[in-house]
Write a protein that binds this ligand. Structure first.
Ligand code: HEC
Length: 154
């Protein structure tokens, strides 16, 4: 009698364990991202207007975290991109990402795409929107050499 109870108890414990283990097991699988871009993500408007200060901050971080793939000037020819044989857009040509909304770019920067890891919460939302502004700025004529300023003395 005792052993039957024991077996039953073990069975219950085991099935309990399995049903609880499952969700985390799928989440931990490397390379599988649960996140999916929704129409709301695509439609999201950029709340941060491009400004010299935000762009400068984003550019600094871009140099550390992004340029090895996307290139310092956004040409998509970073060393790591070459090593990994990635085909990346040349953002100096604005039409390369013209069809993508700011919301889409923001989502990709946050969540990653293909071989690119997302920023997640490593950088604030504000910085990630400024990354979007920076990425767009590579395709604007003159923006690279001379950031727009309100100051007439420049
Ligand atoms: C390991 C290389 C790598 C790094 C580092 C990287 N990316 Fe990417 N990025 C990619 C790849 C690959 C894609 C997807 C291209 C595709 O659609 O096939 C991509 C796509 C994008 C896109 C979507 C637009 C497009 O041209 O496809 C944006 C925006 C972007 N990256 C921004 C960033 C920013 C900002 C950083 C730094 C915070 C960054 N990336 C770091 C490889 C990288």
């Amino acid at each position: 009698m005792r052993s039957t109870l024991l077996v039953l108890g073990m069975f219950l414990l085991a099935s309990f364990g399995i049903s609880y283990a499952k969700p985390s097991a799928t989440q931990d699988k490397p390379g599988s991202t649960e996140a999916k871009m929704t129409p709301e993500d695509v439609a999201k408007k950029n709340p941060i207007p491009p400004a010299a200060e935000g762009l400068a901050e984003a550019r600094k971080l871009f140099g550390y975290n992004c340029a090895m793939c996307h290139g310092k000037e956004g040409d998509g020819k970073g060393d790591l991109a070459a090593d990994m044989k990635l085909q990346l857009n040349d953002w100096r040509d604005a039409s390369s990402i013209e069809k993508m909304t700011d919301g889409e770019l923001f989502w990709i920067i946050s969540n990653g795409k293909g071989k690119m890891l997302g920023e997640g919460d490593r950088t604030s939302e504000k910085v990630r929107w400024n990354f979007v502004n920076l990425v767009r700025s590579f395709g604007k004529k003159g923006a690279r050499d001379k950031p727009k300023t309100e100051n007439p003395q420049n």
